[in-house]
Design a protein around this ligand. Sequence first.
Ligand code: PLP
Length: 404
Amino acid sequence: MYDINQIRADFPILDRTVYGKPLVYLDNGATTQKPRCVVEAITNEYYNTNANVHRGVHFLSQQATELHEASRETVRRFINARSTNEIVFTRGTTESINLLAATFAQSQMEEGDEVIVSVMEHHSNIVPWQLQAMQRGIVLRVIPMTDEGELCLDEYEKLFSPRTKLVSIAHVSNVLGTINPVADMIRTAHAHGVPVLVDGAQSIPHMAVDVQALDADFYVFSGHKVYGPTGVGVLYGKERWLDKLPPYQGGGEMIQHVSFEKTTFNELPFKFEAGTPDYIGTTGLAKALDYVAALGMDHIAAYEHELTQYALRRLKEIPGMHVFGEASVRGGVVSFLVGDIHHFDMGTLLDRLGIAVRTGHHCAQPLMTRLGIEGTVRASFGLYNTKEEVDVLAAGIERVRKMF
Ligand code: PLP
């Protein structure tokens, strides 16, 4: 069923060594490694089918267009959107949120209107709203969290006002691993007549996501975090919302007709896709989604859950270990500090042992402020990690601890 050796064999990079040690790659929250089928799909398109998409009369352009639009259908199916009109290709989560922040604030918000975000957001889900705050005078309201790293839902309810126009929250925290109860939070927002954007950067690679079941109005994610290529991502939006929003960037693809007197815009989803899309990237992304879907998102979630529980157990045996984030429902992200060892020192020394972890504020400085720290060491798991790798991590941390 879940043959970890076979899975690992699909990822050539996992065989390499670092400083003469087998690579233990535990930085999947930042980006994931790519299975051979994704790399081959990309290479194959460059070798055999490369041509600019849409409007081309020639054979290759039509083939490339078919591949590109088939990828949109793969994404639609993967998140169970109603229509491919609801799937906008972007450069990634960050661009998706910037697109939405700019177009939503421009068309749906006035000075003094409010967006609710949470204290555990990635900068990508804070700064785009702050840019709108600077330009248009919109206001950010922030959901606090408990010391365990769970959002305070009572406080969330209290943040709604007649000025609330949007809620924008992470499905899974990239620092704490908390899986936020987004379905409930969406229900609450809808009861106030407010739409919700879900940042799915850290959820899409690890669990089945059904945007209709969640009733999310917008859902965004990055290809490179779900075993696909860099430079491509998705903005899902309910069609009736996307219809209401103006174009984001101007250029080719997004127009119907251009004249100096009056320009009209293309239909969905092309209205939001100015310029040549990353049609090679979308092929790679579709291949990656097919790959994880074939393994089964529920199988991946179950495997990673067991691995994370094992990692938490093993790491907590280490004297001086402090794990940040004790949410009852959590994913495979473990942030920690050991005694007073600086996160940067820990990360650097683990690296010499071949163990790739991330250190620092993880693009979540407001969360670091809430936790009263500057940064953490973060191990984040992917579908190919093993308990043996967790053992190597635990032994590595113990070794560093003894050095200090
Ligand atoms: N949101 C969350 C929760 C993330 O973890 C990340 C990346 O780490 C992002 C947004 C930004 O993703 P990208 O850099 O792919 O746009």
